[in-house]
Design a protein around this ligand. Structure first.
Ligand SMILES: Cc1ncc(COP(=O)(O)O)c(C=O)c1O
Length: 446
């Protein structure tokens, strides 16, 4: 599985034919990052409709921390789907929801925390704000430059970048105030970046918004879509102290940074920062739609009966688990590694890859587009950044886990083991075998 195997040009003829059909019947805003239509996948690699095997650095946009089709995830999902698939938890409740809530309480610090499950990340953020408003009786919200919180009206309002997410979709939700997020790597005073952001917020409490009207400040402890931005160590605890002085809750949007992505279960843990409310999604259920809000009981119990919910929220198949160590939540939580903070001008990001400082890199887009031709695929980044949110240890550890968990089974579903004759490929097509080290290096350019 650590091997890239290109047997046609990308896109190959079958992918091209499907993409031509897609253009006729699927709306254009759903544009495609990788012109290779997936047929099957395992671990960090996927095989397309033409038989090309590529390494995937998008990981379902950050959902496949434990890799595609982890055998224990597949087993748990199949078992639950065979038992029952959907009831609406608030009509007929089920144990897998309660079990997952117990696990999330434990993993986020224990105590009297409670949980509510939803489908998508944006839904978790929307509901976190509802809990905060019900608890505080206030309306206004604080958010930060560079943040991404989703595509619904409220989460779009909280999201920073106008293009491609907001332009043409206003007016946005009222009472949303945006302040600078510390970006030490691009700051003239890297070590002071957090302090300067906190000063801007404190000033804003006099010049922009009465803090007594603010329900919550929402923050990504490490910004994802905004460019993998690691704040200075003082910022998050300083934000918590400042907000606590005014009775404002702090919501940590850990949808991308949480569930083990940075080595700890929550990225907040790296900063000695205890948010009042936590939002989780993405790798929470290894690609099955599931998100969560976790907070103290007094916050979670504040809205009235039926004020929180939804037909599909906390779907039992998404909640399912195989055993104590088998749940994607724990598989994610037990991976090692710490974020490498971009503190100085030559600092590195918390994710792997090369970092180049500057106003923007025209080569970034070109490098992403080249990705599939070099045997790797990663998502387009936003402003100045190529985003890589892969499976952990894409070419080695994850593949080993998969093979071990599968009892040393086939290297790829439907494929023969090493030593077997290669699959036939289209005439005139020369096989290119690239080592994982060459084809798989995550490219991250700023
Ligand atoms: C930090 C963060 N919050 C919220 C969201 C929205 O999640 P979803 O796309 O599941 O609604 C995302 C998605 O990328 C995200 O990265």
């Amino acid at each position: 599985m650590g091997t890239i195997d290109l047997v046609t040009e990308i896109p190959g003829p079958r992918s091209r034919a499907i993409l031509e059909r897609k253009v006729r019947v699927v709306c254009n805003p759903l544009d495609i990052h990788a012109p290779a239509v997936i047929a099957e996948a395992l671990g960090a690699a996927f095989t397309d409709a033409d038989g090309n095997t590529l390494l995937d650095f998008s990981g379902g946009l950050g959902c496949h921390l434990v890799g595609y089709s982890h055998p224990k995830v597949v087993e748990a999902v199949q078992r639950q789907a065979a038992r029952f698939s959907h009831t609406d938890f608030s009509v007929i409740p089920y144990e897998v929801y309660v079990e997952l809530a117990e696990r999330l309480v434990r993993l986020t610090g224990g105590g009297d925390r409670k949980v509510a499950l939803f489908n998508a990340g944006a839904e978790a953020v929307e509901n976190a704000v509802k809990f905060a408003k019900a608890f505080t009786g206030r309306n206004a919200l604080i958010c930060f430059e560079g943040a991404f919180h989703g595509r619904t009206l409220l989460t779009m309002s909280l999201t920073s970048r106008h293009r491609p997410y907001k332009t043409g979709f206003g007016p946005f939700a009222p009472e949303v105030y945006r302040f600078p997020f510390p970006y030490p790597y691009r700051s003239a005073h890297p070590d002071e970046a957090g302090r300067m952001s906190l000063e801007a917020l404190e000033r804003g409490f006099t010049t922009m918004v009465d803090p007594q009207t603010v329900a919550a400040a929402i923050v990504e402890p490490i910004q994802g879509e905004g460019g993998f931005v690691v704040p200075t160590p003082d910022f998050l605890s300083g934000l918590k102290d400042l907000c606590a002085r005014h009775g404002i809750l702090v919501i940590a949007d850990e949808i991308q940074s949480g569930t083990g992505r940075t080595g700890m279960f929550l990225a907040s843990e790296h900063f000695d920062f205890e948010p009042d409310v936590v939002c989780l999604a993405k790798s929470l259920a290894s690609g099955y739609p599931l998100s969560a809000v976790v907070a103290r009981a007094e916050i979670m119990d504040a809205p009235g009966p039926s004020a929180i919910g939804g037909t599909y929220v906390g779907n039992p198949v998404a909640c399912a688990r195989g055993g104590r160590q088998d749940h994607p939540v724990e598989l994610g939580a037990h991976r090692g590694g710490r974020p490498r903070g971009g503190r100085g001008p030559r600092g590195r990001s918390h994710d792997r890859g090369r970092v180049r400082r500057g106003p923007g890199d025209p080569g970034a887009e070109r490098r992403v587009r080249r990705g599939p031709h070099a045997g790797g695929h990663g998502p387009r980044g936003g402003h100045r950044v190529v985003r890589a949110v892969p499976q952990r240890a894409p070419a080695s550890g994850a593949a080993r886990d998969h093979r071990r968990a599968a009892g040393g089974g086939p290297r790829h579903p439907g494929r023969e083991r090493r030593g077997s004759p290669p699959a036939p490929r289209p005439d005139g097509c020369r096989r290119r075998r690239l080592t994982a080290a060459r084809g798989a290096t995550p490219v991250r350019t700023e």
